[in-house]
Design a protein. Structure first.
Length: 480
């Protein structure tokens, strides 16, 4: 008991110290921004080039740290899903910063001439970024890229579930950026709560919907605008005539990447009733072709920690106890490597159908006609992503027009997130706001309208006293 009390006291002291350091870093960043409120395009490009070079230099260290946090993360998945999109995002931004920063000319109504109007894009100030554990590099570097491209100072709160990666990112960014430009915060949940309460000029949170609500409440006290990238249950809809091997292979890629620990992973499948057995068999073959075995397979990523592993096991136990049929695609797991499992005969009473799965478990739900699939999606919270598999162009258009989601892939999964020239964001319970590419620059900028007049003032004709000839003429010309 004495040892436990000592440990708790030490943890509390450490958290208080981290919060104090975080508050100091915020104050220094605000002062630094006031001293340089509009960094040049050249300065921003230099920042991003330094970031790019450091990521390349630390490539192997990044792979090793993330794998250490997961107990096993496929090196290729880290390269494909973390490092590659981070570098592509930096390259995309550096080539376009000058264009994005140019004032946008706007028209002026004839009644206000002579005058000019334009919109200038001004950095917001100090941006806060809260990073989840599932893609700790990409979900730190992506927002950082957008915020730096827009000329801001940035504070990043890393997840306590990825201590090795968090320390690496702190050390890595500390080599190239002063703390009054980019600061990395570590610590447990209480530090995260204190972080969300800072009076940022913008706050971006990626994570669970339940936590996103708390973040938004905390930000509201400071009227801090937020971008929330949440998640939800992203459906995959299989049409009546798409080749099942096409659909199964692409769904398997989306569900096996990072062991399904992806905010836009296919959460469940809606399949024509007479094709369910065929899909399950096609999915089994696709997964087996990716991973001929689970045991000692370096390509098969583990669940991040024991708590998440136990959560997923509890979903399986709950579903099976309530009548679901479990089809395990591997005979057994290994450590936190959890076997891919298909679930049939699921219903809404099961926890697996009530909460985002975030793991390698795939419910398959039959439907009789496509309208039933649309209705099933519409009756539930709007998801972050929706996937449709079918080559009929008319039905594709129906999917786009009759369903709501943050983003859509037709005949693929996940890859819309990697497109730098498209916004990424949720809708309703799956999030609000957008970033990536130009939308990221706009999210982290203030689009400030500017109206310009010089010495001649034609507006004098509408000044008081009212009721004269000029007022009547103005009303006749422009109020009709």
């Amino acid at each position: 008991m004495v040892a436990e009390a000592t440990y708790l006291e030490q943890s509390l002291q450490q958290s208080q110290q981290q919060i104090s350091q975080m508050q100091s870093a915020f104050a220094h960043q605000r002062q630094a921004f006031q001293a340089n409120p509009m960094p040049s395009a050249e300065q921003r490009i230099q920042w991003l080039n330094m970031l790019r070079d450091q990521l390349r230099s630390d490539r192997q260290a990044i792979i090793d740290a993330i794998s250490q946090d997961f107990s096993n993360r496929s090196a290729d998945e880290t390269l494909l899903a973390e490092l590659m999109p981070s570098l592509h995002g930096i390259h995309y931004a550096t080539k376009r910063i000058k264009k994005w920063m140019k004032p946008s000319k706007r028209s002026v109504g004839m009644q206000f001439m002579p005058a000019q109007a334009k919109v200038i894009y001004q950095p917001l100030g100090v941006v806060g970024v809260i990073v989840p554990w599932n893609y700790p590099l990409f979900l730190a570097i992506g927002p950082l890229t957008g915020a730096l491209a827009a000329g801001n100072r940035v504070m990043i709160k890393m997840s306590e579930s990825t201590p090795a990666t968090s320390q690496l990112i702190k050390d890595m960014l500390g080599k190239i950026f002063p703390e009054d430009l980019v600061s990395v915060v570590q610590g447990e949940a209480d530090v995260g709560v204190a972080f969300s309460k800072l009076p940022f000029d913008h706050l971006l949170f990626t994570g669970a919907t339940s936590i996103g609500k708390h973040v938004m409440r905390a930000a509201a006290d400071n009227l801090t605008p937020v971008t929330l990238e949440l998640g939800g249950k992203s459906p995959a809809i299989i049409s009546a005539d798409v080749p099942l091997d096409h659909a199964a292979e692409r769904i398997a890629f989306g569900k096996t990447l990072n062991a399904g620990q992806t905010c836009v992973a296919p959460d469940y499948v809606l399949c024509p009733r007479d094709r369910v057995d065929g899909f399950v068999e096609a999915y089994r073959k696709a997964v087996s072709s990716f991973f001929p075995k689970l045991t000692d397979n370096p390509d098969y990523t583990a669940i991040i920690n024991d708590r998440q592993h136990a959560r997923l096991q509890s979903y399986l136990q709950d579903a099976e106890s309530k009548g679901a049929t479990l089809i395990r695609l591997f005979p057994e797991g290994q450590g936190r490597r959890l076997p891919q499992t298909v679930l049939l005969n699921v219903n809404d009473d099961m926890r697996i159908m009530q909460e985002e799965i975030f793991g390698p478990l795939l419910p398959v739900i039959p439907y009789d006609k496509i309208e039933d699939a649309f209705a099933y999606v519409a009756e539930r919270d709007r998801p972050l992503a929706l996937y449709y598999f079918g080559y009929d162009k008319q039905e594709q258009q129906r999917v786009l027009h009759e369903t709501h989601s943050g983003g859509v892939c037709l005949n693929d999964t996940l890859l819309h997130v990697a497109q730098d020239d498209m916004p990424f964001g949720g809708v309703g319970p799956s999030g609000m706001g957008h970033y990536h590419g130009h939308e990221g620059f706009l999210t982290f900028s203030k689009a400030k309208g500017v109206f310009i007049k010089q010495s001649y003032n034609a507006a004098k004709m509408i000044y008081p006293p009212y009721g004269g000839f000029l007022h009547k003429l103005v009303y006749k010309l422009f109020v009709r």
